[in-house]
Design a protein around this ligand. Structure first.
Ligand code: HSE
Length: 445
């Protein structure tokens, strides 16, 4: 009888062996993957140690013309394609969750390595997918799921595997970065810049997943899982989008030397009793204009990592688009193909730390509160005492006249989110507070 450990060793097909690839999906990314795979076939063969051979392309409708792919390779039956003995690697670039989950699980269970660009799938079902990959002793790669061409999954999983990561902060959605950057540089309002993002093809016809932060939250779940060796799913990520950010907020941020970015923030936090937990959150965030992430403009993405020994690192580049995403997909295909040829398996997801996920209320944050208050003696002291009653220290207070009222912009030091939130709720009930214009969180320098 064969032992489990013998079963779990992949001896490899041997140098020079062909590696069969099934492509599921032939949209913007799938067609670019095939173009690169075809154009650089010779070089890829050298890098892998055997040729990549396309065995089929699964699409929803084979009657539509598909440039760049031989018609006899097209099929509507993804499951039959996956099951073929000569398919070693399945590339999933369909998107969506339910059907993608079915085909990816079918591939893993059939002993095929999988490369996917599907952040929503990985962020929702990582445990099930990792277990299936582990059970079949195959690879599951998803570099393209976070910030497309920017290598960040690989560095977190391999290059930084010897370090202690303290935080990962990323601009991981190009649409929202385009909108916020355009608001910052032109003074325009949110609706006009969303319309511009749509006109230029950054925003989808339904931009909800981007502007409400859901796309970034999927990426935050993946980044937090990798950084902290803990299973983090999208349900663990606190999420707020950018649709309530006004031109006034951007202007106030500018006057204080800040800019507003939609950040995915993943941190290891330690409470007053020394217990560690993970905070993963997505929300509009004020950052100083000299912070490395502040210079990430247009639709670019960047991921800023702080690690104990490595210090501060920033990964920057194209976070979306057919070719950049295909670059990351093909990099993973090469990695999976090398293992198919030479044997072995890439390390699977590491979740040994199994840290708890912090309640959002227990997360240390900082607030930037923009409000209009009655302009008379004692109001400032009254407001300041509301913060100090909850142990919240104020960092700066800026005041300007607005008609008969005063506009006050208060920036706090770090305090628990629940205390900051309760303080703002109490501010709303104070007769001297006429309007809370906005409350935006702020990250340290
Ligand atoms: N829609 C995303 C963005 C790209 O705007 O960055 C895919 O995650």
């Amino acid at each position: 009888m064969t032992s489990t450990s013998e079963n779990s060793f992949n001896p490899g097909k041997g140098p020079g062996s062909p590696v069969g690839v099934a492509l599921l999906g032939y949209g913007t990314v799938g067609s670019e993957v095939l173009r690169l795979m075809t154009e650089y076939a010779g070089e890829l063969e050298h890098r892998i140690g055997g040729p990549l051979v396309l065995k089929g392309v699964a699409v929803s409708d084979t009657s539509k013309p598909r440039a760049g792919v031989a018609p006899e390779l097209l099929t509507e039956d993804a499951f039959a394609l996956i099951a073929r003995d000569d398919v070693d690697i399945v590339v999933e670039v369909i998107g969506g969750i339910d059907y993608a989950r079915q085909v990816v699980l079918a591939a893993l269970k059939a002993g095929k390595s999988v490369v996917t660009a599907n952040k929503a799938l990985v962020a929702a079902h990582s445990a099930e997918l990792d277990d299936a990959a582990e059970a079949s002793n195959v690879d599951l790669y998803y570099e393209a799921a976070v910030a497309a061409a920017i290598p960040v999954v690989g560095p977190l999983r391999r290059s930084l595997a010897g370090d202690q990561i303290q935080s990962v902060m990323g601009i991981v959605n190009g649409t929202t970065n385009f909108i916020l950057d355009a608001m910052d540089s032109t003074g325009a309002n949110y609706d006009d810049m969303l319309a511009e993002a749509t006109r230029l093809g950054y925003a989808e016809a339904d931009p909800t997943a981007d502007v409400e932060g859901h796309d970034a939250a999927s990426k935050a779940a993946i980044l937090a899982s990798l950084a902290f060796h803990t299973r983090v799913t999208i349900d663990d990520v606190y999420c707020e989008g950018i649709s309530s950010i006004t031109a006034g907020d951007i202007d106030a941020a500018k006057q204080a030397g800040h800019t507003i970015k939609l950040l995915a923030i993943c941190e290891k936090i330690t409470d007053k009793d020394g217990n560690q937990a993970i905070s993963a959150r997505v929300h509009p965030t004020l950052i100083p204009r000299d912070h490395p992430l502040a210079s990430v403009n247009k639709s670019f993405n960047a991921v800023f990592v702080e690690a104990e020994a490595a210090g501060r690192l920033m990964f920057y580049g194209n976070g979306a688009g057919g070719a950049p995403t295909a670059s990351a997909v093909l990099g993973d295909v090469v990695g999976a193909a090398r293992n198919k040829v030479h044997g072995g398996r890439a390390p699977g997801a590491s979740t040994y730390a199994n840290l708890p996920i912090a309640d959002f209320g227990d997360t240390p944050t900082r607030y930037h509160v923009d409000m209009e208050v009655v302009d008379r003696v004692g109001v400032l002291a009254e407001l300041a005492s509301l913060f100090s009653d909850r142990g919240i220290s104020l960092r700066t207070i800026r005041q300007e006249e607005v008609g008969e009222h005063a506009r006050l912009i208060v920036v706090t030091h770090s305090a628990l989110e629940s205390d900051l939130h309760a303080t703002v709720e109490a501010l709303k009930d104070m007769p001297v507070v006429k309007e809370i214009n906005s409350v935006i969180r702020l990250e340290r320098d």
